[in-house]
Design a protein around this ligand. Structure first.
Ligand code: SF4
Ligand code: SF4
Ligand code: SF4
Length: 441
């Protein structure tokens, strides 16, 4: 007869279906069935363990002990849980000072292409922020924020690290883009990234614009070859022109980023695309993915990050793990300024949190929704995930999560795991990645 307590750096999290044991320090997750969870909870409550009466339970505890996740104790023990960097948040009085990492800025709604999925209602996009997708293709270009210098001065005072100009093709608003570039380069640290299909100017003009280590291009691509690119964009020469631009960037050793926007014509070939891309350009492209809502209702599934299921994202440190419990990595520290000066949490989300047109930037940012609703969002605040034992090891584009919480078709399209079902769906639907193990009671 003895007691068993989990190590201070292990967190037991219950879900609607089973539970998970997080080994925070060693970056591992153990999925527990309901029986294993109840038994461990009993142990955590300093319940006695009778090894003769519960042989499978004892075997489970022995396995946990052998993996360094807990220890048998001769008597009830008080374990002080290890929360080394859990942020302290005095309720309603003080919060952590905001750290502004990144700002997305839209300066034009124009583009030489007219992709069918761009700027239309009824499209669901995973990782809009990595693409040139517009909010509303029918909208004109004005009115824009008047004072670029003033705005960038304020962003610099907020210690913003990166300004990403995106939405449509910013090279079609070249004068404004140059103004932004000049204002950025007058400050010592800010990086400028321009997201573009790279078609609105000649390669030499684009290279001339990029001529600083603090100015980068993120080129958005639509296909693996001329045929798929034409299918997606409707234009014959897009693939060749993009290849030519990338070839020149590579030959001149200029760093660039790339996003492959997957659609109907390309999603099934995304692995070939990644391989081919690595072979040609020596790096893996980022992926974003677009779906018509109607197709999702008819059973369509996002292939990124994993077909019909959810790829979990291991945390890199205990600090990140505890931070993730309270925040969402992709939303914290950023906001979007749209063409007319509305502030939104990011390019994929539509809620307006402030207006620069009426206020200066600092005043517009005082709106509490940006911090309270979006920067403080975590998996526990997403309705369809809040009851999931895997929520601390899972991370995704908040756009699809929020749409998924309202529409089961979207939820099913990016994660087939149902935290409220009575079976261990994850075992049926997907093979857990290496850092996830399954334990039974
Ligand atoms: S290239 Fe980008 S901005 Fe232009 S229409 Fe296509 S998705 Fe929209
Ligand atoms: S997306 Fe939500 S329900 Fe699916 S595994 Fe992640 S946290 Fe769980
Ligand atoms: S929710 Fe995150 S990943 Fe999705 S578009 Fe916004 S910033 Fe990008």
């Amino acid at each position: 007869m003895s007691y068993f307590r989990l190590s201070p750096d292990c967190l037991l999290a219950e879900g609607g279906n089973g539970a998970a044991l997080y080994d925070v320090r060693n970056q591992r997750v153990y999925l527990l069935d309901g029986r294993a969870y109840r038994f461990l909870r009993h142990c955590e409550n300093n319940g006695r363990v009778d090894e003769k009466e519960c042989v499978t339970g004892a075997a489970l505890l022995a396995q946990l002990e052998s993996e360094g996740l807990g220890a048998f104790e001769p008597a009830p023990a008080f374990i002080d849980k290890w929360l080394p960097s859990s942020p302290v948040r005095p309720k309603g009085f003080l919060g952590p000072a905001p750290r502004y990492r990144m700002v997305y800025w839209s300066i034009t709604n124009r583009c030489l292409l007219d992709c069918s999925f761009c700027g239309t209602e009824g499209t669901v996009t995973w990782q809009t922020c990595l693409t040139c997708l517009r909010r509303d293709r029918g909208r004109g270009d004005g009115p824009c924020i008047a004072n670029v210098e003033e705005t960038i001065g304020q962003l610099a005072k907020l210690n913003v690290e990166t300004i990403v100009v995106r939405g449509g093709d910013p090279f079609l608003a070249l004068d404004r883009l140059r103004e932004i570039r000049a204002a950025v380069l007058r400050r010592p640290r800010i990086m400028l990234v321009v997201v573009s299909p790279g078609l609105a100017r000649t390669a030499e003009e684009i290279l001339d614009f990029l001529n600083s280590p603090r100015v980068r291009l993120l080129i958005v691509l639509f296909g693996l070859d001329a045929v798929t690119t034409r299918t997606v964009t409707g234009h014959d020469d897009v693939h060749e022109r993009q290849r030519m631009l990338l070839g020149i960037l590579r030959d001149r050793r200029l760093a660039f980023h790339s996003t492959m926007l997957l659609t109907e014509a390309t999603r099934e070939r995304h692995e070939d695309i990644a391989d081919e891309w690595r072979r040609q350009w020596g790096t893996a492209p980022q992926f974003a993915e677009c779906y018509e809502h109607e197709m999702l209702r008819r059973g369509g599934r996002f292939v990124i990050p994993q077909p019909g299921a959810k790829r979990l994202a291991p945390w890199l440190s205990p600090r990140e793990f505890f931070w993730r419990i309270q925040n969402k990595p992709c939303l914290y520290g950023q906001f979007e300024i749209d063409l007319g000066g509305s502030i939104r949490p990011c390019p994929g989300l539509s809620e307006v949190c402030g207006e620069i047109r009426n206020d200066d930037l600092r005043r517009a940012l005082m709106a509490r929704t940006l911090y309270d609703r979006w920067w403080s969002m975590s998996k526990s605040s997403v309705k369809s995930c809040s009851n999931c034992a895997l929520r601390f090891a899972c991370n995704d584009c908040a756009t699809v999560e929020i749409l998924g919480a309202a529409d089961p078709a979207v939820k099913q399209a990016y994660c087939s795991y149902d935290p409220d079902s009575d079976e261990m769906t994850h075992e049926r639907a997907w093979s857990p990645p290496e850092f996830v193990k399954i334990l039974r009671g």
